[in-house]
Every structure is written in C-alpha cells, then in structure tokens.
Ligand binder design. Structure first.
Ligand SMILES: Cc1cc2nc3c(=O)[nH]c(=O)nc-3n(C[C@H](O)[C@H](O)[C@H](O)COP(=O)(O)OP(=O)(O)OC[C@H]3O[C@@H](n4cnc5c(N)ncnc54)[C@H](O)[C@@H]3O)c2cc1C
Length: 191
C-alpha cells in the first residue's frame, strides 16, 4: 500500500512526487513515458533559465524523486477505482498489474480514460479555445482536490500551457495533499 500514487510523470507529476516523497510519504509515479517537455530542447519562460531541454528537466526530476525514496515505474494506467470512499484506490496497469494507494495525484495531461470507474465523483470542464489548449480538465477546488483523496495537477487541472504553471500546480497539489493527510499546513522549509 502506497500513500501516494501519481499517474503521469511529466513536470507536474514529478514535482508533486518530489514534495510528497521528501515529506516522507511512500510515493510511486506511474508514467507511460511521453512527457510533453521531452518534445523540445527549448523550453522557454522559466525564471531560472532562458532555455532548457525538456529531457534535462525530466531526468533531473526523476533523479530527485528517487533521491527522496520515491519510485517511478514505466506503465500505462488503465483504471483507477475504489470500493469505498475514502479508499484505498486500486490502480490497474495495462498489463493487468495492480497497485494500491491511499491517495492519487492525476497528472496525465489530457488522458482521462482511466478515471471512468470514478465517473460518479469526478467532473470535467472544457478548456478555452486556442492553439495548444487541451480539451478537458478535471474540476478541482482551491486545493487541487478533484474528490476525496484525488488531486489533479498540471494540464490535467488547468489550460495554462506553460511549464512553470505545471510545475507550480504539481507543487500546490502535493503541499495540499500532505497538509490534508497531516491535518495541518505543510511547509517544506529550511528553518
Ligand atoms: C513542442 C513543445 C514546446 C513547448 N515549449 C514550451 C516553452 O517554451 N515554454 C513553456 O513554458 N512550455 C512549453 N511547452 C509546454 C509544456 O511542455 C507543458 O505545459 C508541460 O510539460 C505540461 O506538463 P504536465 O506534467 O501537465 O503534462 P505532460 O508533460 O504531458 O505529462 C503527462 C504525463 O502523463 C503520462 N500519461 C498520460 N496518460 C497516462 C496513463 N494512462 N498512464 C500513465 N501515464 C500517462 C504522459 O506519458 C506524460 O508523461 C511546450 C510543449 C511542447 C509540446
């Protein structure tokens, strides 16, 4: 049983996993290996660099997840379900393998077929018209919660197609997830 299962290992999912793993939560990222940033070596608009290759962001993010004890598996998630609210969740891979988790972070950009077992509790909204905008997003509250113990991050949650937004949204989902689990505001900070 994992405390956190992250579906999608792009920048949003990896950032969420860095925070939950560093917070000491048993974290597993399930990713089918097609982060959008990896399609370019010229990610622009980050505050720290004029340009950075997407592969470098993802490779560094993966290293950092692992450095905090998190794990990453290459798999395509086919289903996320639970017998009771609040859980646990059963996550099924396309080869039939299963994982159980107490919480789920959905960071799979615009791929949501695996959420159909939760269709009665999760809502979607259309994104705005425009080049590159994705069609659908999960409806979440101010703390990135889509339903009990399910959080959404990055393009799964918002239409703003910038890497920095996806990274920040992954951080926000994770900080709220840890805070919910601990029932107090969680801040990762050097004192
Ligand atoms: C060519 C290009 C250039 C870009 N340039 C810039 C730029 O200059 N500046 C900028 O700010 N942004 C840029 N972007 C946008 C940026 O890449 C995205 O906004 C950002 O990467 C979104 O991150 P994400 O984690 O939400 O989604 P993604 O990176 O798409 O991550 C989602 C992950 O989930 C995985 N996944 C999906 N379904 C499943 C499933 N069923 N099971 C398991 N895993 C699954 C996918 O394989 C993927 O790895 C660019 C994008 C592209 C394509």
């Amino acid at each position: 049983m994992r405390e956190v299962l992250v579906v999608g290992g792009g920048v949003a999912g990896l950032q969420a996993a860095v925070i939950t793993a560093k917070a000491g939560m048993d974290t597993l990222v399930l990713d089918e290996g097609e982060p959008l940033v990896c399609s370019t070596d010229k990610i622009q608009n980050l505050v720290t660099r004029e340009r950075i290759a997407g592969d470098e962001i993802v490779d560094t993010g993966r290293e950092r997840v692992r450095s905090f004890g998190g794990e990453i598996e290459d798999t395509t998630v086919a289903g996320v379900s639970r017998d009771d609210d609040p859980g646990p969740f059963t996550v099924t891979g396309d080869a039939g393998e299963t994982y159980t988790g107490e919480t789920v972070v959905v960071a799979a950009a615009d791929e949501f077929g695996f959420l159909s077992p939760l269709r009665d509790e999760i809502e979607f909204t259309d994104g705005p018209e425009g080049a590159f905008t994705t069609e659908r997003h999960l409806v979440t509250d101010e703390a990135n919660r889509a339903t009990t113990n399910v959080y959404a991050a990055g393009l799964a949650n918002t239409w703003e197609y910038q890497t920095s937004v996806a990274i920040g949204d992954g951080a926000k989902a994770a900080v709220n997830l840890v805070s919910d689990r601990r029932d107090e505001a969680y801040i990762d900070h050097d004192w």
